[in-house]
Design a protein around this ligand. Structure first.
Ligand code: NAD
Length: 274
């Protein structure tokens, strides 16, 4: 089955399932990315802060695929926020990735105490105008942060990548994004792997003859989210991509809807994260 694609308000599109490479060391990133591309993935999610952009670039080149056939996201490190430092940091990311453009560039965190995300977004708008990032977006932004950058520039991020898993569904954020035509992207979609053991998910998996990880990834897809499960294990990389031959039914979706718990955040709180 073909993999689903989501189109942004700027006209570009993103493969709905990508490979996350947080905590994937530089030397492991290249074979991991190559493996994912062999398995059919066409979307890789990295960040300057993951310290593996060289490995990611090497993995993409070694796959033999055309650059235009792979969607690469990277993110600006919080300590590089500010107009000029963003320009320099972006240049550094392109060099490390060994590419002339990225498909998507994200502000990794608003890091409000720095007071720099608004200036940073102006640099992002410039980078996009130059064509060096096809699309620009944000990560871990709350609606008030979105309002500020949109008010300053008139440019709406195409995506907001936020922590989102079946027990932390972020419905208010999803609604706010929908009103602004911003796509919601789920990070830690498997709850860092810990949510795979959930018994409700286990039952649904049995019913479909699928694994719990596949059910969770399918839930993100059927909810309209972009999803970037992480694995460095070849068999799991394959497993996490074998999700286009089944669909969750209304009963499954209703059962998972009940798992939402607004206290289930695993990562940092974006208002205070530095
Ligand atoms: P995840 O929810 O994708 O879970 C990954 C873990 O789940 C793996 O390390 C492994 O232990 C387990 N796992 C994966 N596939 C499995 C399978 N098929 N069966 C059993 N176990 C399996 O966690 P994540 O890495 O935190 O998030 C995914 C990606 O999201 C990251 O790699 C990164 O790209 C992105 N991310 C972004 C931010 C941000 O601030 N923007 C923060 C965290 C993560």
């Amino acid at each position: 089955a073909n993999q689903p694609i989501i189109t942004f308000h700027d006209g570009h599109s993103i493969p709905q399932v990508g490979l996350g490479v947080w905590q994937t060391p530089q030397d492991i990133a290249a074979p991991t990315v190559r493996k994912a591309l062999e398995a059919g993935y066409r979307h890789i999610d990295t960040a300057s802060g993951y310290d593996n952009e060289e490995g990611v670039g090497e993995g993409v080149r070694s796959s033999g695929l055309d650059r235009k056939d792979v969607f690469i996201t990277t993110k600006l490190r919080n300590t590089d926020q500010g107009y000029d430092s963003t320009m320099r940091a972006f240049e550094g990311s392109l060099k490390k990735l060994g590419t002339e453009y990225v498909d998507l560039y994200l502000i990794h965190w608003p890091s409000p105490h720095r007071g720099l995300y608004r200036e940073t977004w102006k640099a992002f708008v410039k980078i996009r105008a130059e064509g060096r990032a096809r699309s620009i977006g944000v990560s871990n932004f709350y609606p008030d942060h979105l309002d500020h950058i949109i008010g300053d520039t008139g440019v709406v991020p195409v995506i907001n990548q936020i922590e989102l898993h079946p027990d932390f569904q972020q419905k208010a954020a999803q609604d706010a994004h929908r009103k602004l035509n911003i796509v919601t992207e789920s990070w830690s979609p498997l709850g860092q792997g810990k949510f795979i053991a959930n018994p409700v998910v286990g039952e649904i998996a049995k019913k479909h003859g699928k694994t719990p990880a596949q059910v969770i990834i399918r839930w993100h897809i059927d909810t309209g989210l972009v999803v970037i499960p992480k694995s460095v294990t070849p068999s799991r990389i394959e497993e996490n991509f074998q999700v286009f031959d089944f669909k969750l039914d209304a009963e499954d979706m209703a059962a998972i809807a009940k798992l939402d718990d607004r206290n289930a955040r695993m990562g940092p709180e974006p208002y205070t994260a530095t």
